[in-house]
Ligand binder design. Structure first.
Ligand code: CS2
Ligand code: MG
Length: 409
């Protein structure tokens, strides 16, 4: 079998998505997600202008060889654009191999290690009553694990609060990236956040009891000692995890956090390779690996990363927001079902328009996801529908502190 075409499809049903479609001379096609929020066209160009010509005539079954070829022959390694491009090729080739084998992809990854994939949903509120309503709505939808994000008194706009109006006036619900010519500026005050958040988890535990798994995303905004302080203050509320508590380019920063708290830590959604995790995993500084298949070199690289993590009893917590397309989500679910060291899967539902473009076979039942048993990934892209939604520039917001200093968003 030979690769005869590699098409890059950019579409924007409610948000931008970049998808690679590889076609073989036997008519089998494979899809790979290459969506990098707010920088979508850079990956589309990397694929179209540099990678697609290299794929022509290659044997699609040689996945590892193709991975190594794309990673090493580029000379310039790592980084979000390169690793998203390699991920798209890798996942598309696994889709083709599984279709050729007539099996759902998880069967090629060793088969199912569980009957379902525990998912967590995003509850949020501008105040406690609104947060409680959002939690109840997610429980009614079947979620059995809940991420909690709230507004903070004294701060105008905070990450992850669905009901707060964005700079375009549209609810955040579906997407933090806004279709504005420039990134929207938001404000931040870590001390106000640290004063407020423990009281929110006290209220949630008071209302929903001790058992419900609760997660929170610090979204890279604290210094190591502030993260240590928050982790400690949240210990009485027994969080499933505290995510991205401090920017982790400086992996050693987590040593300080670990010294002060036993709140489980999850990190990695902005990472792109196993090298970003070396100290974090080897020194047992995190409990969950947050990488997305789409941003970390695909299934081939993610499996190696999660095998490395497994040696340290560190589990998966794959990134699953709406800026990971249904193709990237399906790839994550096949991996989630097959690996042993599965922890939890993030699940933000895509919009009906996005689901018109991407026809998926994965299911969500009683809190558990399953990739389905279609051959391959189980996702098909309707190119006619995709063509109806041309790309629209969109940016993630950024933060400034009260004194005007740029801060992590
Ligand atoms: C977030 C993401 O889901 C999460 O954990 O951190 O929603 C993140 O903000 C977006 O993926 C950015 O594009
Ligand atoms: Mg996050």
């Amino acid at each position: 079998m030979k690769i005869v075409a590699a098409d890059i499809i950019v579409t924007s049903p409610d948000r931008n998505f970049v998808t690679l479609k590889i076609t073989t001379d036997e008519g089998i096609t494979g899809l790979g997600d290459a969506t990098l929020n707010g920088r979508e066209l850079s990956v589309a160009s990397y694929l179209r202008d540099h990678v697609a010509p290299l794929l022509m005539g290659r044997d699609p079954h040689r996945i590892e060889d193709t991975w190594q070829f794309l990673y090493r022959s580029a000379y310039w390694r790592r980084g979000p654009v390169t690793m998203a491009a390699i991920a798209a090729v890798d996942v598309a080739l696994w889709d083709i191999k599984a279709k050729a084998a007539g099996m759902p992809l998880y069967q090629l990854l060793g088969g199912a290690s569980r009957t379902g994939i525990m998912a967590y949903g995003h509850a949020s509120g501008r105040d406690i009553p609104e947060l409680f309503d959002s939690i109840r709505r997610h429980l009614d939808e079947g979620f059995r694990s809940i991420r909690v994000q709230t507004s903070v008194p004294g701060i105008n706009a905070v990450y992850g609060v669905a009901a707060q109006p964005s700079s375009t006036g549209q609810r955040y619900d579906y997407e933090p990236a806004q279709r504005t010519p420039l990134p929207a500026e938001e404000d931040w005050d870590t001390r106000a956040y640290l004063r407020h958040l423990p009281s929110v988890f006290e209220a949630v535990r008071g209302e929903f009891g001790p058992e419900l798994p609760l997660l929170h995303d610090g979204h890279h905004r604290m210094t190591p000692i502030q993260a240590a302080k928050l982790g400690k203050a949240l210990e009485p509320y027994d969080l499933f995890w505290l995510e991205d508590c401090t920017p982790a380019e400086n992996q050693e920063a987590l040593r300080l956090v670990r010294q002060h708290t036993t709140t489980p830590l999850a990190i990695g959604e902005v990472f792109n390779t196993v090298w970003d995790y070396q100290t974090l995993i080897r020194e047992q500084l995190i409990d969950y690996v947050r990488s997305a298949v789409t941003h970390t070199g695909g299934i081939t690289a993610m499996r190696k990363l999660l095998d490395f993590a497994a040696q340290y009893q560190i589990k998966s917590g794959i990134h699953g927001p709406t800026d990971i397309s249904p193709v990237g989500m399906a790839a994550a679910l096949h991996l989630d079902l097959a690996i042993h060291n599965f922890g939890i899967q993030e699940y933000m539902k895509h919009t009906p328009l996005a689901n018109e473009v991407f026809r998926q076979s994965f299911t969500f039942t009683d809190g558990y996801l399953h990739p389905g048993d279609q051959p391959g990934l189980g996702v098909e892209l309707d190119e006619e529908a995709a063509a109806r939604f041309p790309y629209e520039p969109a940016y993630l917001p950024f933060n400034r502190l009260k004194d005007g200093t740029v801060h992590d968003w």
